[in-house]
Write a protein that binds this ligand. Structure first.
Ligand code: ZN
Length: 403
């Protein structure tokens, strides 16, 4: 078993050790030291990074993992000789960030228990933010705010955080916030003075002030309860900075204050909706006028109307097809749109003898497109390269001859 130096000192970044094993693990080099300050991924906390030097050789530690026999595996860029004396150096900035997030989690989880009796069932540390899952049916915004406030008060009080090892039997009497499911030997306890006592193998601050601050962000319902996203210290500053930049950019677009952005967006959405409605009404009127004019020009029974609209979209030609075939007379409309993907719409006065779906299949197949529909109304798309006035017009006329 590896002697875990980080158990006793979370701020130990440099250490000396001896290589006891070095082997290939699925194509990667795994190195086991007799003692290590490198933290392996466990208990929600992400592993450390850093370097190990032996003589003139320097290797990069890319991942650190626990194995089931109690060894800490350092995955490295190159192998090291067994028996070699090495010096390890842990990436201090990364470690400090993890320490702050993890201790922040303990404070926050304790606040949720103390205030609302909501236990934390899992903790996840991500690249940018962390989450805890609370076992509860719901969490109001006001409750989240209260927990955030209590957590920040505890941080400001700079309460000492102690590490101690106690036998399991003794630990049971201490009223821990969380007791691990199965455990042999002594339990490692993290003690935030007069606020939280819990079993944990992670690295922690010396006093709560080192957490800096805690900011809650997204709160969402998940299967096992409610997931609370949070960030501590520099992560909180960086996140708040990015939120502000984003909001300021949106505010500049509206020439408004950042706090007026939601109101401005609401106004914009209402206006867009109204404009969309007005446009649709105009299109309907336009289609109506087109329909009247085209019907006045078409003779015969059925009155057959073939027309290509290079600058009208499919919404318009569908509307027009409906207007053309909505009356009492027997009409067949064979229309094409040239906006976006070239599109055909065929329609007949309902219940007439032709089959628009079949005509559409045949017509689109000729130009390598696809389409279909009912006997009275059909639609089809053509490849972009078939957008040619002459080809589309002759396709419509050819279809008209088949009626
Ligand atoms: Zn922990």
């Amino acid at each position: 078993m590896t002697d875990r130096l980080y158990y006793h000192d979370s701020f130990l970044y440099d250490f000396d050790a001896r290589v006891v094993e070095a082997f290939d693990s699925n194509g990667r080099t795994a190195i086991v030291l007799d003692r290590t300050a490198f933290y392996p991924t466990s208990g929600g906390q992400v592993h450390d990074l850093g370097i190990v030097t032996a003589g003139g050789q320097q290797i990069t530690v890319t991942e650190v993992a626990d194995d089931e026999t109690g060894r800490v595996l350092h995955f490295a860029s190159e192998p090291l000789a067994v028996g070699a004396q090495v010096h390890g150096h842990v990436d201090a900035a990364r470690r400090l960030d993890h320490v702050q997030q993890h201790s922040g989690q303990h404070v926050l989880s304790a606040a949720f228990i103390r205030l609302f009796n909501m236990p934390t069932v899992s903790f996840h540390m991500g690249e940018e933010s962390c989450t805890i899952d609370l076992e509860t049916n719901g969490l109001s915004a006001a409750q989240a705010l209260k927990a955030e406030q209590q957590a920040n008060e505890v941080i400001a009080e700079d309460r000492p955080v102690g590490i101690r090892f106690v036998p399991l039997e003794e630990a049971r009497q201490l009223g821990l916030r969380k007791l691990p499911p199965k455990q042999t030997g002594d339990l490692r306890l993290i003690d935030i003075t007069d606020f939280d006592l819990t079993a944990c193998g992670g690295t922690h601050v010396r006093a709560t002030g080192q957490i800096g601050s805690i900011l809650l962000r997204k709160i969402e319902k998940v299967k096992q309860g409610v997931r609370v996203e949070f960030v501590c210290d520099l992560r909180a500053v960086n996140t708040a900075r990015r939120d502000y930049t984003t909001l300021a950019e949106a505010a500049a677009l509206y020439s408004s204050h950042i706090y007026d952005v939601p109101e401005q967006v609401r106004k914009s959405l209402t206006e867009t909706k109204a404009a969309g409605k007005a446009q649709h009404k105009l299109l309907e009127e336009l289609a109506e006028l087109y329909a009247e004019r085209l019907l006045a020009q078409a003779a015969g029974s059925p009155q057959v109307i073939t027309q290509f609209f290079p600058d009208r979209d499919v919404v318009f030609i569908k509307l027009l097809a409906q207007k053309l075939t909505a009356g009492k007379s027997n009409v067949v409309a064979l229309l094409a749109s040239g906006v976006g993907q070239p599109t055909l719409v065929f329609a007949q006065t309902p219940g007439q003898k032709s089959n628009m779906g079949q005509l559409m299949k045949d017509a689109t197949a000729q130009l390598g497109g696809r389409g279909g529909g009912s006997a009275d109304m059909a639609q089809g798309g053509l490849p972009a390269n078939s957008l040619d006035v002459d080809r589309l017009t002759s396709l419509l006329q050819e279809t008209a001859r088949k009626l």
